[in-house]
Design a protein around this ligand. Structure first.
Ligand code: FAD
Length: 405
């Protein structure tokens, strides 16, 4: 017989549960807390890992994009504009700028060329006369993603959001009319239950598997196209300067991109080619690159990181690796994320056509833009939960596109 969960104390307040403390989950918690009268609603975030931003969100490049170019990308423009404006608003605050290591307009694109524009590059990049550096005219901004996670955590905490770490949501209880009644979560070996009226599944790349585990009979089958990026962080061998926070993208190396991001904590983050058809690690496990991938990244770093800073004047023979990892992009089978309520009729394959809403929401699949689109996503998700008119047209993000035929 399976153990019965303990029931967590419930004080009668309306409760919203959010699964996942990445960019999507914490931005939702923050926007909901900002849109809620103090003390009137309980917002509880559950996260399997011991800290916020330990899965994909904390291991991304840290680019806040403004532009979405290309045919399909244009569908993201409206949400992107909302998100950009919200990030700009918080970037007016000094605490955010310091925590996040925020720097506007510091993106460079490198192409094979004749040495044009190299003088603007940060010191840590090894200038090569066979390249041109093209400063992106912006707007754009670079942050340290872990710093954004810290800032989101402290803002959510200040606004009274309950955040449970090392706590995995394992089951959902539904009412006879398919409304969410409670979640069961496992923490420190004990099963607990929390009553709630709304549930947001913001579980990053684990969302499709979690959704089908929580709602095995649902008519919604989430389609995913996972891909991964291996990354390494090096200590910056150069002295701190104004120019050290910068994003440098090399095009056409290996036919794909190499990306470097110099950060305010005097480290340099880099990633290599995208790996399609990546394998999702078990929930709670943080993946690392294979030795071959790691060596490839280190070799590229030796080629492109500054040699001017070594005493011998030659490329550094060893680079001080601070950390490494493999981040999985939560991606749908299109460029578009799903940011949507789930109708009660979609939770169970049933003959009864429930007209009511279920109180379940899904927010996932932001692919390469989950940090950039985080604030806008959090805002519209808060509006959906509160039953308000969303700030942008949500029809393209609706979950009904993944309804099984
Ligand atoms: C190499 C790389 C570089 C990138 N660079 C950028 C960039 O520069 N700019 C940008 O905008 N985007 C970038 N991205 C994309 C961005 O990182 C993602 O879109 C974003 O982090 C997704 O956030 P998330 O909150 O949806 O997922 P996650 O950050 O993965 O968060 C989901 C969380 O849910 C938790 N969880 C899952 N199931 C449960 C459960 N049952 N119970 C409790 N907790 C659970 C997980 O542990 C996890 O912490 C990059 C991605 C990669 C791979």
């Amino acid at each position: 017989m399976s153990a019965r969960p303990n029931v967590a104390p419930h004080n009668g307040k309306e409760t919203v549960v959010i699964i996942g403390a990445g960019s999507t989950g914490l931005c939702t918690a923050l926007n909901l807390a900002l849109d809620t009268n103090p003390g009137s609603r309980k917002i509880a975030v559950f996260e399997t890992l011991p800290n916020q931003f330990e899965a994909t969100s904390g291991s991304c490049t840290g680019c806040l994009h403004h532009d979405f170019r290309g045919l399909d990308h244009e569908k993201l423009v409206e949400l992107g504009k909302l998100s950009w404006n919200l990030w700009q608003k918080v970037a007016e605050g000094e605490k955010f700028r310091i925590d996040a290591g925020y720097k506007p307009n510091c993106f460079f694109d490198m192409e094979h060329g004749h040495g044009i524009g190299l003088g603007e590059l940060p010191d840590w990049f090894r200038f090569k006369s066979s390249w041109n550096a093209d400063r992106d005219q912006g707007p754009n901004a670079l942050v340290n993603p872990k710093g954004i996670g810290d800032w989101l955590y402290s803002e959510c905490y200040r606004l009274g959001v309950d955040m449970w770490f090392g706590a995995t949501v394992t089951a959902v209880e539904l009412s006879p009319s398919n409304e969410v009644k409670s979640v069961t979560y496992e923490k420190d070996g004990a099963l607990m239950r929390l009553e709630c009226q709304s549930l947001v599944v913001a579980a990053g790349p684990w969302t499709p598997t979690l959704y089908s585990k929580l709602f095995p009979a649902s008519s919604i089958k989430l389609k995913s196209a996972l891909n991964a990026g291996d990354w390494i962080i090096f200590r910056n061998p150069c002295p701190k300067t104004e120019k050290m926070v910068a994003f440098v993208a090399l095009n056409n190396v290996l036919g794909k991109k190499l990306e470097f991001a110099g950060r305010h904590d005097n480290t340099i983050w880099m990633t290599g080619p995208v790996e399609d058809d990546a394998i999702l690690p078990p929930l709670g496990e943080v993946a690392i690159p294979t030795k071959a991938k790691e060596n490839m990244l280190v070799n590229y770093a030796r080629e492109y990181l500054a040699q001017v800073c070594t005493s011998s004047g030659s490329p550094p023979s060893t680079l001080d690796v601070v950390s490494k990892g493999r981040a999985i992009r939560p991606a749908t089978n299109t460029i578009l994320p799903i940011i949507s309520k789930v109708d009660a009729k979609d939770l169970l394959n049933s003959d009864v056509l429930f007209e009511n809403s279920s109180g379940v929401f899904v927010s996932w699949g932001h692919g390469s833009y989950g940090l950039t689109l985080g604030m806008g996503t959090g805002k519209v998700m808060s509006e959906l939960i509160l039953g308000r008119k969303p700030s942008v047209d949500m029809s393209i993000f609706d979950i009904s596109r993944d309804r099984a035929a």
